[in-house]
Design a binder for this molecule. Structure first.
Ligand code: CUA
Length: 333
């Protein structure tokens, strides 16, 4: 029984490690040239460090065992102070290693520098907020969306970043390295996604209590799907049909929601909270913390602080207001 349970640890450990390898937050499974170059540099540095470790520790162990002081032998080992050859060797090797690291780092920096912009490229302006990401598409009437970042597969995506409040860091491990998002400073990065699908990222700079809940979801899609999505985002929001929906528009554009959210061009664009024009075209909300569906949206309107404590939505809505808002928000495809 005892050795059985010990045996069971092996597959469990294997499963745990496999789970780690499968996590989407790894830069070691890259899907863009930028991420691949960065991963390659990591492997080069890692294996150089492993070689140095094995060599140095090996020599250390060998010498400890081989040249142990024998009983009764008080004589000093041969002194090598000022030995020119040895001094040259153990100065030369580290200098060579550092020079190699410098060479590989510079080569990588050159390899990942942004290519010249072309007409087919996609530009995205990222705005960091406590605690969610806003995306603006200047090539498409500058529409604004949040949480889900859409990009076409195979296109060069140029991202410029600013912050509304504190320092954040934009990081999609499988597509690109971290870049700080700093108030009053425009930083940039670029990548070209090689595969359609969903990729996940995370704010990588402590930016307040919800730092961990400032997630990024990237949807890489075919050019046709991206174009269709962008065309829809540029449309005005759905018009309210029922009385209840008209009531909702009133609450959004003149009532409680007005101070933070934008709908169409009817509100003073505070952009404290996400633009609501095509809310339900997004798959997530609240910093990509939750799937966006009717149940979650209803829970959110009822008590946003319970779902994401410390977020800026500190209003209390009445039951009939929530019902009205839901009846309209769910139509914003
Ligand atoms: Cu934004 Cu951490």
């Amino acid at each position: 029984m005892k050795h059985l349970s010990r045996l069971a640890v092996v597959p469990l450990l294997g499963a745990a490690l496999a789970g780690c390898a499968g996590t989407p937050h790894t830069f070691l499974d890259p899907y863009s040239s930028v991420a691949r170059e960065q991963a390659n540099l990591y492997w080069i540095i890692l294996w150089m460090a492993v070689a140095v470790f094995v060599l140095v520790e090996g020599l250390l162990l060998y010498n400890i065992l081989r040249f142990r002081a024998k009983k009764g032998d008080d004589s000093l080992p041969p002194q090598i102070y000022g030995h020119v050859t040895l001094e040259a060797v153990w100065t030369g090797i580290p200098v060579l290693l550092v020079a190699m690291l410098f060479f590989f780092a510079v080569t990588t920096v050159n390899a990942i520098s942004a290519p010249a912009k072309a007409a087919s490229d996609v530009n995205v302006r990222v705005v960091g907020h406590q605690w969610w990401w806003e995306y603006q598409y200047p090539d498409f009437n500058n529409f604004k969306t949040a949480n889900d970042l859409h990009v076409p597969v195979g296109a060069n995506v140029h991202i410029t970043m600013i912050s509304k409040d504190v320092i954040h860091s934009f990081w999609i491990p499988q597509l690109s390295g971290k870049t700080d998002v700093i108030p009053g400073q425009v930083n940039s990065l670029w990548f070209r996604a090689e595969k359609e699908g969903e990729f996940f990222g995370q704010c990588a700079e402590f930016c307040g209590l919800n730092h961990a809940n400032m997630k990024i979801k990237v949807i890489v899609q075919s050019q046709a799907d991206f174009d269709a999505w962008a065309a829809n985002q540029m449309l005005p929001p759905a018009a309210p049909v029922t009385d209840q929906q008209q009531e909702a528009v009133k609450i959004i554009t003149t009532g409680l929601c007005k101070g933070c959210h934008t709908l169409g061009d009817s509100v003073g664009a505070q952009d404290i909270g996400p633009n609501l024009n095509h809310l339900m075209s997004r798959s997530t909300f609240a910093g990509a913390m939750f799937p966006l569906n009717e149940d979650n949206l209803a829970r959110w309107l009822k008590d946003p602080q319970a779902m994401k404590p410390h977020n800026d939505m500190i209003i209390k809505l009445k039951k009939e207001e929530i019902d009205a808002l839901l009846s309209y928000l769910l139509t914003l495809k």
